[in-house]
Write a protein that binds this ligand. Structure first.
Ligand code: C2E
Ligand code: CA
Ligand code: CA
Length: 382
């Protein structure tokens, strides 16, 4: 190890010797040369992370970043750029999962799912390869029985694997630090679509899902403001969906961020309501406009009186707080009517429309009984 420091000429950068030594010791399978590599790589990573953690000021606000690093060594951990990157990515995911801020890849960690590792690598390129798409699912006003908005749902059209759904790749995006650029891509695309609808005389709200991690990013409201300006979008037509767990996870910072978004005129919805443990107080303290009843209750409310009771309670609660109450997962007419008679304000589900690409939605808007023919809309809005 000593020799490694000398060879690399980096003694001054290695601040946590104990950390380095432990890491080197943990890599007993490596030869001498590679042990030196580990030392050099750890020092370089530590140096980078330290540089990143220096707080800086942007638009009058102090921002500090934290980062993690994953390390793979040539040739011990791979002899092609692809393999090396994949293994470094894997180490990075371990770091993010709490294995430390810097993790060196180890062949022992072979619970590693190589599928996941490959997917993570592809995900990094998905935006520039234009493989991401948005599907839109209509939200129906229960009194007027017509569409009032849509929820944007992310899809990944992978060249080899075909369509991949968000439950598969959003967690991966969160672990690999890709969630922020992806969220911004979704917002940008949804706002662009929203403007196209507005120009066609269609006043639809557009809802975008936020990951819990996004609400830890103090710069997020500024990014939203920039995109709203860039796309000349009406903030009142944008609804950001957050889950109960998001707020609990990092309550203070999440609350501050939600408040700044609301102050910009953006609307806020609590998604998957009923599945978390947020107290009423938390919700009341936040500038929330809408709660979405989780589909697990809605889908079973016809057969299961307990679920029906939960739905009824949430609807009452929402009314008392003056909120919009959206039921998701409405799969049949009977459920729709039950919800309507409870006083639920909006419904979303396969019964009315499955999530659809913008072209398919265009046809649905014109032809479906729930849709919104342009002429009628214009007549109504004048
Ligand atoms: P979610 O926000 O609860 O979205 C609703 C999910 O329920 C969607 O699945 C939708 O296709 C599905 N769904 C809608 N109506 C019905 C119905 O009547 N019956 C049934 N069985 N399902 C219905 P999807 O599109 O696969 O999305 C899954 C989850 O992925 C979303 O759950 C959301 O948490 C997350 N997600 C989707 N897009 C994004 C995104 O852009 N960013 C982030 N962070 N998460 C996203
Ligand atoms: Ca949602
Ligand atoms: Ca939901």
């Amino acid at each position: 190890v000593e020799q490694g420091f000398e060879v690399a000429g980096i003694r001054q950068h290695v601040q946590r010797r104990d950390h380095v030594e432990r890491a080197v010791a943990a890599h007993g399978e490596l030869g001498d040369v590679q042990r030196v590599q580990v030392v050099v790589a750890l020092a370089a990573a530590r140096h980078l992370l330290q540089a990143l953690s220096e707080p800086f000021v942007s638009e009058g606000r102090e921002i500090s970043l934290s980062a993690s690093a994953g390390i793979a060594l040539f040739p011990a951990h791979g002899d092609s750029a692809d393999t090396l990157l994949r293994n470094a990515e894997f180490a990075l995911r371990n770091a993010k999962r709490g294995g430390g801020d810097i993790v060196v890849y180890s062949a022992d960690d072979k619970d590693a799912d190589p599928e996941q590792a490959m997917l993570a690598q592809d995900l990094r390129l998905a935006i520039e390869r234009k493989e991401l798409e948005l599907a839109y699912q209509p939200k129906i006003d229960m009194k007027r029985r017509c569409v009032v908005g849509v929820e944007a749902l992310l899809r990944w059209r992978h060249t080899q694997r075909g369509m991949i759904y968000p439950d598969t790749f959003i967690p991966l995006a969160e672990q690999t630090g890709m969630i922020d650029p992806i969220t911004l891509w979704v917002l940008d695309t949804a706002l662009t679509q929203s403007r196209a609808w507005r120009r066609a005389g269609r006043h639809l709200t557009v809802s975008v899902n936020l990951s819990a991690l996004t609400l830890r990013d103090v710069a997020f409201p500024d990014s939203v403001a920039t995109l709203l300006r860039k796309r000349q979008a009406d903030p009142g037509l944008l609804i950001l969906e957050i889950t109960e767990s998001t707020i609990i996870l990092d309550a203070a910072s999440a609350r501050a961020i939600v408040k700044r978004l609301a102050a910009m005129g953006v609307r806020v919805a609590i998604d998957d309501f009923g599945t978390g443990y947020s107290s009423l107080a938390t919700i009341r303290e936040l500038p929330v406009n809408e709660i979405k009843i989780d589909k697990s209750f809605v889908m079973n409310m016809r057969q299961n009186p307990d679920d029906a009771a939960i739905v009824r309670t949430i609807v009452e609660l929402g009314h008392n707080l003056g909120l919009q109450i959206v039921a998701e997962g409405v799969e049949d007419a009977e459920t729709f009517e039950m919800l309507a008679s409870l006083g639920c304000t909006e419904a979303q589900g396969y019964y009315m429309c499955r999530p659809a690409d913008s072209q398919t939605l265009e046809t649905w808007l014109r032809e479906s009984p729930w849709g919104m023919p342009e002429e009628i809309d214009e007549a109504e809005s004048t």
